[in-house]
Write a new protein. Sequence first.
Length: 114
Amino acid sequence: MRQRHPLLEEVDAPALAAAMATDDPPLLVDVRTEPERAVAVIQPSLHIGLDRFVERAPEEIPQDRDVVVYCHVGARSAQAAVWLKASGWSRVRSLAGGIDAWSEQVDPEVPRYR
């Protein structure tokens, strides 16, 4: 069994959809590659590929926002969320199951891919 990182907080797709429908939705941050984003995306979202994340996040992600990071299935977004938490962001979660879970559980119009 994989050990969860103590700094990792996750949100499931239906809970994120509910949060996105409020007057104060979280900032979605997509850490996938450009080719992945060309296939499927959750909007509105900020794109900062994981390869440039540490460099760009401090300038582009406000520390006072509720932030949800997502990727394809949740592994890369978990890494990014843990980094943000360890670097001073207090309200950060990773989308459990990534955009794949979003497509399955919330919006089947979002294409699934391998």
